[in-house]
Design a protein around this ligand. Structure first.
Ligand code: HEC
Ligand code: HEC
Length: 474
């Protein structure tokens, strides 16, 4: 369903470098799928299998007995959202599908629930279902996003808007489908409420501003738009990952280089060997193989599978089972509890100190090491931690008392349970730490901003842990 043109700045969705690296046939197939199923920033397409509220009021025809062109309806949403000239889309019944599926509302009487259809519309039957103003919320979300978010987060949601390039931390790139500060378990997506909260209150200590002054309707709409960008982005990422091994130019070049090397080696040893394809022939052959991949419906299969996976992950995030909700009350914040928390913080069960440092200043030994890029044995050129997007990242200075994901004890409880998604801050699930232990750590962490100023030279944590009686120098 095409949502038509908005009137904003001319803008295009950018593709990932991995998409650009595909052989022409595969690249064309991927970009066509994305354009057909998600549209362009100017003309969005609503792919209805995803759990996105594109907007509109759903209803059913209750009676067709009034004057011609008018029907009595039962509505499932807020009837005040129905405006004159709103579009009406038939989703079931004889009108649905095809050209006659879309018409306009000429008038609506709230009291009698009578909808007047544009002249020339054919009369539906009782029980037919429709949506009035389909896509209105997405259109609004898009306008809000372009006006308030795009310059940091980018048109595509890649965190690469014109202002974004200069910020640290960088604006979130939504296209991994991951958000850092959520109320859900470590492998789960963010909830609508999580995104709503972040947008309303911002992220303290970063350039992510608070949008408390946006209206509720605008905020809700931009939440859907961000979810939609995240789904579009992750769809591209996963879909292309399916094709990379066989159809990326880099992979084909690597394998022809390897084949050529082994051919030369064999020839040198006077072994029998067949001359391998050169690069341009190998790319041509991959093009032929890709045609077969399409003919065998494997491409359609990859689209299906990717869409299913994302639809169910985002649906699951809205179910209560995935929320982290403590079953016990916060352990009373006593000196004893803080001390138990401190010992856990210094323990090898949690290793909090290795990142956050023995005094909590965010200067642990891990910030001095060189780390591998995820999934490779290649090291980052600079010392210290990085997030999944490749940005350098410091462990939080816990003595500052500034928390990006919320400062209620419950927020910190969730940070420890779920970790910070897409970052090295690990999740400590309930097999590692029992609930009262998490609360002890929360009590300790929340006491850190109020500790007397601590010297930087402290004993090695191992020594501290070895002797429970001994406290770190302070
Ligand atoms: C001035 C730049 C800027 C603007 C404008 C901006 N953001 Fe952000 N946003 C950021 C930065 C920086 C971060 C990352 C902070 C971090 O990593 O802790 C971020 C993070 C986010 C996150 C991720 C939260 C998480 O848990 O991972 C969301 C969602 C978000 N912004 C939505 C929006 C929306 C929606 C708008 C517009 C209404 C917007 N932002 C406008 C800079 C900006
Ligand atoms: C491997 C390194 C590492 C370990 C281990 C680690 N953290 Fe973190 N922690 C981080 C990083 C990095 C961040 C900042 C992430 C970001 O904001 O992008 C962070 C952030 C935090 C925050 C800030 C949350 C907020 O909302 O701003 C708290 C609190 C925290 N960690 C507590 C802990 C505790 C308690 C432990 C041990 C139970 C721990 N961390 C273990 C790396 C680590």
């Amino acid at each position: 369903m095409n949502l038509g043109c908005g009137n904003g700045p001319q803008a295009v969705f950018k593709y990932r470098p991995t998409t650009d690296d595909l052989i022409p046939e595969a690249n064309k197939a991927v970009t066509k799928t994305l354009t057909d199923d998600f549209g362009t920033p100017e003309a969005l397409v609503a792919w209805e299998r995803f759990p996105i509220n594109y907007g509109g009021v759903k209803g059913t025809v209750a009676s067709t007995e009034g004057p011609s062109g008018s029907i009595t309806v039962a509505l499932e949403g807020d009837s005040s959202k129905i405006s004159k000239n709103a579009s009406l889309l038939w989703v079931s019944g004889s009108q649905a599908g095809g050209k006659s599926a879309e018409t306009n509302v000429k008038g609506f009487n709230v009291e009698t629930k009578t909808l007047q259809l544009a002249s020339g519309s054919s009369t539906p039957s009782v029980g037919d279902r429709f949506v009035v103003g389909f896509g209105e919320d997405m259109q609004l979300g898009r306008v809000v996003y372009m006006k308030n978010c795009m310059h940091c987060h980018g048109v595509t949601g890649d965190g690469n808007g014109p202002t974004g390039k200069f910020l640290n931390p960088r604006p979130r790139d939504y296209r991994n489908g991951k958000f850092k500060f959520t109320s859900t378990q470590s492998q789960e997506k963010a909830t609508r409420d999580d995104l709503h909260r972040i947008i309303q209150y911002g992220i303290p200590g970063t350039y992510m501003p608070s949008f408390l002054l946006l209206g509720e309707r605008e905020t809700t709409a931009v939440v859907e738009y961000v979810r939609w960008l995240a789904i579009r982005g992750e769809f591209e990422k996963r879909f292309v990952e399916e094709l990379t091994n066989d159809y990326s130019q880099t992979a084909i070049k690597d394998s022809t280089d390897k084949a050529e090397k082994s051919y030369l080696e064999k020839k040198k040893n006077k072994e029998e060997a067949e001359k391998p394809l050169n690069l341009s022939k190998a790319i041509k052959a991959a093009g032929t193989a890709f045609k077969k991949y399409v003919d065998d419906k494997e491409l359609d299969g990859a689209v299906e599978e990717t869409a299913n996976l994302l639809a169910s992950a985002w649906t699951q995030a809205e179910t209560p089972e995935v929320l982290i909700i403590p079953t016990s009350q916060r352990v009373e914040d006593t000196l004893e509890s803080r001390e138990r928390g401190r010992l856990l913080y210094m323990s090898n069960t949690t290793k909090c100190y290795t990142c956050h440092g023995p005094t909590g200043r965010g200067d642990g030994a891990a910030t001095e090491d060189f780390w591998d890029k995820p999934g490779t044995s290649v090291k980052y050129p600079n010392r210290g931690l990085h997030d999944e997007w490749g940005n350098p990242l410091k462990p939080r200075n816990l003595t500052s008392g500034q928390y990006r994901g919320g400062r209620r004890p419950l927020d910190l409880f969730r940070r420890i349970r779920a970790g910070i998604k897409g970052t090295p801050m690990p999740a400590f699930g309930d097999t590692v730490l029992k609930e009262p232990q998490v609360w002890d750590i929360v009590n300790y962490v929340m006491s850190l901003p109020y500790q007397p100023k601590q010297p930087t030279a402290v004993k090695h944590p191992a020594e501290v842990v070895a002797n429970n009686e001994e406290k770190p120098a302070n």
